[in-house]
Design a protein around this ligand. Structure first.
Ligand code: HEC
Length: 146
């Protein structure tokens, strides 16, 4: 065979690999992808709710009073408004408890999603946020996020 064909085949193969890498679907990167269901306000996660008692149940009350208007019922997020906190990007290793305290105190500059910034939440005490953290961690755990 004419060696020219080998050279051609070599480049054709390279081009095919390049095209595949450019156009093949990639696994979604949670840092840039906005989860959307296409319906404003719809929950963005399917959350199994475990039995809640004590501190964790108090946390739910505090969450519903201070956070659910954006993060949704059961912290499942709301399309177009705010992300689910029951999501693997908020697992304890990635967003430790301090991130929750800071979020409530100072707000959050949008960086993981495209919902815009989270404003500081006034009138929520550190103790309230501790309970909220216990609640969110319980939900995360019940949904395989830990
Ligand atoms: C006005 C809407 C709104 C309210 C109220 C709200 N959040 Fe948020 N929150 C957001 C949005 C939007 C983001 C996503 C920011 C981003 O793109 O990363 C967010 C992100 C977060 C994060 C991730 C922080 C980080 O470091 O990435 C935590 C934790 C959080 N919120 C906790 C809470 C808690 C706890 C409450 C209640 C005390 C609360 N939020 C109330 C809108 C809200």
């Amino acid at each position: 065979m004419n060696p020219k064909y080998f050279v051609l085949a070599f480049f054709a193969f390279g081009l095919a690999v390049f095209a595949y890498n450019s156009f093949a679907p990639r696994p979604q990167d949670p840092h840039t992808v906005q989860t959307t269901s296409g319906k404003a306000g719809a929950p963005l996660a399917n959350v199994d709710v475990p039995e809640l008692s004590g501190l964790v149940a108090e946390g739910r009350t505090a969450f519903e009073a201070n956070c659910a208007s954006c993060h949704g019922v059961n912290a499942a997020g709301q399309d177009g408004i705010a992300p689910p906190l029951v999501h693997r990007i908020y697992e304890p290793n990635h967003h430790g408890d301090a991130a929750f305290q800071l979020a409530a105190k100072n707000g959050v500059r949008a960086h993981h999603w495209r919902f815009g910034n989270m404003p500081p939440v006034p009138g929520v005490s550190e103790q309230d946020v501790d309970k909220i953290i216990a609640y969110v961690r319980a939900l995360q755990k019940a949904n395989g996020i830990f």
